[in-house]
Design a protein around this ligand. Sequence first.
Ligand code: AMP
Ligand code: ZN
Length: 464
Amino acid sequence: MYLYNTLTRKVEEFIPNHGREVKMYTCGPTVYHYAHIGNIRNYIGHDILEKTLKYLGYDVTRAMNITDVGHLTSDSDSGEDKMEVARKRENKTAMEIAKFYTEAFFKDFDKVNCDKPSIISPATDNIDMYIKIIEKLIKDDYAYVSGGNVYFDINKLDDYYVLTNHQEDNMVVGARDGVEEDNNKRNQADFALWFTTSKFENHELLWDSPWGKGYPGWHIECSGISIKYLGEYLDIHGGGVDNIFPHHTNEIAQSEAYLGHKWCNYWFHNEHLLDDSGKMSKSKGAILTVSLLEQQGYDPLAFRFMCLTSHYRKQLVFSYEALKQAETTLNKLRSRISNITEEGEFDKEKFDSYNNKFKEELSNDLNTANAITVLYDVLKDNSLNGKTKLELVNSFDQVFDVELIKKEIEIDGELKKYIEEKILERKEAKKSKDFEKADSIRDELLKKGVKLIDTREGTSYELI
Ligand code: AMP
Ligand code: ZN
């Protein structure tokens, strides 16, 4: 397996610390709002990485945080905690906000067939761990208390900017527009580990600490959760490119200062999804979610497929035309596959040959677009029998996970009639923009084991 490593700025052979065992950490959502499809592109990238590693025979343990405290409106130490912004916006408690948006996040995450990491942990569940790390950092003189807050002193490190190619001038917080100076800091590029003297009144989430009642900074949560659940040696850490600085730079600084050795060998970053006005972001007004695409009649897996047709390190521009195109292509593929009859003897030699090509493409820094080309090569190979073709399609779909083969529906007439009536009722509800009703019909059917699939051609269903 070869992967681009942001740390070395090279495509490198991936060699885990312990044989085939992989410890992987990926930054999770900040649950103060819905995840937009740009965020979801990032999670699809992590999912493809995890599924590829598993397909190649690695044993992956992956952890992901849920940010429910400490992420300020700027990624550095200025602005207000995003959870506070949401709490005021919606007049709810921070935990109500977190619960609501965490559930909404996983609904959309499921819709694009992302597998849940084996460990998912909210930031607020691990306060003891952050305090333990910060205490050691202070003891070892990497961190200091000033104005009631605790800061990491970046001058204590030889190479704080290790992940960013030493572009210090561009990176220094305070040297950038819109970033407030914090007079408590020795150096404006120092970053907060723990806030007590918050600039904001009525901050709702506070915990006792040796430095007074307060709350953790955003960066410490990922170091804390990763070390707590995955140990001292991490193989891969993932995020979006905007996480490289300051978030991941700070994670490396505090984790390695705490551990006293190198922490993570490979840094994996997904490029952004753009809309016609630039990078999609939650603060940019209307949030385009996967659920919204589905309500508009698109198959969420067409979005996943669209992401797979481009390389994760390339920016991808979203447009409805591109999504429609991806959906048409995916549906054509599915229909072509549904016409294959399962005839002939399984041909192991040919299976291995195509499977190896598929693995080679994915092993080349996750070239998913070329892996799709291998699928087309399989479909058009007339010397390949139906049985072997279908085995290959099934195998490839373990990574693509776009439901290339739909499950057969075997149901009695009465249930079929009931489902069809409900689909009609839901269509009417959508037409009159009663999305709540439409969603409740979908959920009701889901409880009965019937999953609806919306496509441009209409709604179909499968039994789960
Ligand atoms: P947040 O929930 O705001 O903490 O963001 C979650 C993840 O989405 C982060 O790892 C970001 O790097 C990533 N992200 C944010 N905006 C985009 C975008 N437009 N395209 C792709 N990924 C993004
Ligand atoms: Zn993180």
